[in-house]
Structures are given as structure tokens and as C-alpha cells.
Design a protein. Structure first.
Length: 289
């Protein structure tokens, strides 16, 4: 794969929600794409070859062949206390590859501490110290370190909340799972899963160690998003509850404790990219169609 050229074969470690959309875009562009799941037999028939990847089990011959032929690898697997569990399983086979040119890792803007509504960009210090941030940063550095040792390009994508078809406020309202949690002054960005896929594919093949912060155009209060979805779908708004109310789970409270805006201009300029879904409004309107 020449510098700047698109890969011809890609391996997606973790065909979850984001991974499936990355694979779909690659296939639409004529790229041969395979991926890993825990249970290949239960997977959808979408043309993506699936390989089993499970902690404690050896990498089988079929997956080794997929690794051997992949010019680019993107990992979407969540980290654990020791970093990236997928990299631990495939690192040996990846090191033996003669065609690998690029690796990418999907991380999170959770690596940045609360900014009280202030802005972050690619130059901002990843200063969060909680367990979630520590795991993400460790996994990021493991992928960067692997790429440096291997002599290939790498990209880390620090992502805001991902939404899209089947995973959005409309679905939450329809299923009775939506929470109307209020924290005064809270805003955050989002990213449609199709825009995430476009960013990842645009980054593949770039001959560098890169950091990207893709995001939409409008950091918005979560209650505004919920209200727009409720009006769009004809749903009643759930009762409001304060973010620090005892009924709010600790995990959800941690989510609402971080208040920051993402400036993605550097990512847009580096990749020649802009979001197809500029705000949550366009994304939800597309979802309801």
C-alpha cells in the first residue's frame, strides 16, 4: 500500500456497532474486509467474513491468514485493565505481517477531564485520571508503541458519543429507556456512525502517527436532543431528574459529570472531511426515515 493510497484488504477487530459501519463503507468502496467477533455463527449475513477472537483461545489459521493479508487494521474493542485485549491476542501474528502499513484504534474523549464547558482539540492534554481514561490511554499507547516498533503508520480516534440507525434517542424513547437527566450548563458533541466510518476510512494509508477528534458541529445539551427526538417521533418526554439525584446510576452520573466542547477543525483539515450529519437534528431526521 503506497503512502496515501487506500488499502485493498482491511481487518476490523471488533465488528460491533461502529465496526460494522466501518466494514460496510469499506466494502462499498471495493475494499476486501473481514473482522472479528466472539460468535461468528450468530453474525448477520452482510458479506463480511467473520473470525472468532476470544480471550484465552488461540488465533486460528483462518484469522492468521486474514492478519497476514491485511494492509490496514482498525480496532474497536473496549479496553480492560491491562489495555487492549484484542492487541494482546493478535500482536504476534501482526508482527509477522509483511504487508501491514497502518493500524487504527477507536478511543474516547473520556480521556479528557471536565472542562466546565470549555473546548478541547488535538493539542489538548489528556488529563482525566479515572479508570476509564486510564484504560483508554493505556490501549492507545499500546497501539502506538506497536506501530512504532513495526514501522507502520497509526491513528487514534478520540470519539464523542456515537449514534445512528438503531442507536439513538428515538429508539430509547420508543423502548421506554430514555432518561431525561438535567445538569445545568452541560453540553457535549456527538458523531453519527456514518461520519465515524468516513473518518476512519479517510485516515487509512496516511503515513504518520496521527490523532483525530471527529465531532459534529453543535455541542448541545442532552435534554435538547431528547426533546427534538420526542417531537419528531411523537413521544412524551420522560420526567426530568437532576443528574446528582440518587436514582441516577453511578455510571450515568459519571457520564454527566464531564462538560466539554470538541473543536474538530484540525481533524477536518487533516482529512479533508466534514460531517454528513452536521448536528443531531440531521442525524435523527435521517434515522426516523
Amino acid at each position: 500500500m503506497a503512502a496515501g493510497a487506500a488499502p485493498t484488504r482491511v481487518l476490523v477487530l471488533g465488528l460491533g456497532y461502529s465496526g460494522r459501519h466501518v466494514a460496510a463503507l469499506l466494502q462499498a468502496r471495493g475494499v476486501a474486509c473481514s473482522g472479528t467477533v466472539r460468535e461468528p455463527e450468530a453474525a448477520a449475513d452482510d458479506g463480511v467474513v467473520r473470525h472468532r477472537l476470544v480471550a484465552g483461545q488461540p488465533v486460528d489459521d483462518a484469522l492468521r491468514e486474514a492478519i497476514r493479508s491485511a494492509e490496514a487494521v482498525i480496532c474497536t474493542v473496549p479496553p480492560d485493565d491491562a489495555g487492549d485485549p484484542a492487541l494482546r491476542l493478535v500482536a504476534e501474528a501482526l508482527r509477522a505481517s509483511t504487508v501491514l502499513r497502518w493500524v487504527g484504534y477507536l478511543s474516547s474523549t473520556a480521556v479528557y477531564a471536565d472542562r466546565e464547558g470549555g473546548w478541547i482539540d488535538e493539542s489538548s492534554v489528556a488529563d482525566a485520571v479515572d479508570d476509564t481514561a486510564r484504560r483508554r490511554l493505556l490501549a492507545e499507547e499500546q497501539w502506538r508503541g506497536f506501530a512504532r516498533d513495526k514501522g507502520v503508520a497509526s491513528a487514534v480516534f478520540r470519539l464523542p458519543g456515537i449514534y445512528g440507525p438503531g442507536r439513538n434517542a428515538l429508539v430509547q424513547l420508543a423502548e421506554g429507556r430514555a432518561r431525561h437527566v438535567l445538569r445545568p450548563g452541560l453540553v457535549f458533541n456527538r458523531l453519527h456512525v456514518e461520519d465515524l466510518a468516513a473518518v476512519v476510512v479517510a485516515a487509512m494509508g496516511r503515513p504518520s502517527e496521527a490523532l483525530y477528534l471527529p465531532a459534529d458541529d453543535e455541542p448541545a445539551p442532552p435534554q435538547d436532543v431528547l426533546a427534538f427526538a420526542a417531537e419528531l417521533g411523537g413521544f412524551a418526554m420522560p420526567p426530568a431528574v437532576a443528574w446528582d439525584d440518587p436514582s441516577v446510576s453511578p455510571a450515568l452520573r459519571r457520564f454527566y459529570a464531564s462538560n466539554k466542547r470538541i473543536d474538530s477543525q484540525g481533524t477536518r483539515e487533516a482529512l479533508g472531511w466534514k460531517p454528513k450529519f452536521a448536528t443531531y437534528r440531521e442525524g435523527l431526521q435521517d434515522a426516523i426515515r
